[in-house]
Design a protein around this ligand. Sequence first.
Ligand code: SF4
Length: 491
Amino acid sequence: MKLYLNGHGYHFECENLCRLFFTYSPVRRVEAPGETPSENAEPYAEAVINEASHGYIYEVKCIYGGKRVSREEAHPEQSEYALTRMLYEVFAEITGNLPKWGMLTGIHPVKLLGQYENKLGEAEAKKIFTDDFFVSGEKYALAKRTLDVQKPYTKTKENDFSLYVGIPFCPSRCSYCSFISQSTEQAKKLVKPYFDLLLLEIEKTAELTKALGLRLISVYIGGGTPTTLSAAELSALCEKIFASFDMSTCTEFTVEAGRADTITPEKMSAMKAAGVTRISINPQSMSDNVLRAIGRNHTADDVRAAFDMATKAGFTNINADLIVGLPEDTFAGFSETLRETISLGASNITVHSLALKRSASLIEEKLDISSHKDSSLAAEMVNFSIEALTNAGFEPYYMYRQSRMAGNLENTGWAKNGDICAYNTYTMDESSTVIACGAGGVSKLKDPYTDRLERVFNFKYPKEYIDRNTEILERKERIRGLYEQFRKRIY
Ligand code: SF4
């Protein structure tokens, strides 16, 4: 899609709105107006603000499918909301599509709803969501339900923090993945030096957080696939964390086991013995056909066996990630996947809507993504999951959105019997500090006295992480400086 913008700085939001309606047509900003496409050519849009004698004239237009829709409005001042609302209305009219989340393009809709409720009350917050942002009644209800369930868990203390540890290796690369993870086959040589430096970073982080008087409340080992490590390495990693930090205040320790093809009884027992309280086994689908299509090297039977190993090792809090919109999937296939995942005994089930990043090989290889493009099928699957999980006693407790998701829907984490993952609520609500170790890790420091969030980045790739490890440790020192700044402001 070609997009001409002029007279304002609201480029990011305008581009996001284009992606909402024209998901499969990459947005290209053009410098000159009026690049009118011929029929069947890519869509074209303009969003312009011109100064006038008593304020501003807003002009928005779109040409698509042989039609042309435009709007013109006068406003006393420049307003991002007014311009994007006009663009939304023009796109909705020309495509005949009314997105379920209306014009919301941000990734934290529940956090946003909570902010409006705190500031303006429940009724006004609802009105803003449904009347101003055009969010559908069903999505408002889901966001509200999630907010109410997660509220008690997001009340943390000012010196609380969570630890994230990243293992950026996977047994093979899934075709929809845009994560930095490398297959262990490709990266065999890197695993050992990476692991040794990671233990060092954990040790240094513990020294730093101790000096700052921070209190560890949850640990999350994610990836990639942490269970690409051996049972001995998993034990060593957990032992390093227990030996380095004061764990007496830590109530949750998750390891994302992820792929069934990496899970063994030895690894399960090692994690259980080391003090892990919660694991994830992520089938994504229980259809072998779909698993093959997305490049996973395991079958649904392997997932069943992994659940059995986890239960035998004594795990009761097990999460399972599922994805709506995968190639080759059908409504019947997805509903069977969900039914079986519930009956396998998962206490957390996270229903994702597939987000297609341009780097993922799913697009590059031009696999069949019709189930992703069929937004009514994706919506049907998500609606089924809401009903089935509710009937099975699950409650939604965290949610986030991404761009280019199937049906422009959402990812929702569900839990039963209050068995939630507090770490997920901290990250999605951005209500508490997370300090990250490992490649691709981003520490997010929550200023306890304001809403500000400061970020400190580690290098993305394992090779960079290894080669420039001294810089990583130096960057960690920034955390000390930032906490000192937060605290200075109140004394
Ligand atoms: S398991 Fe996850 S991180 Fe690894 S390749 Fe697949 S989607 Fe990417």
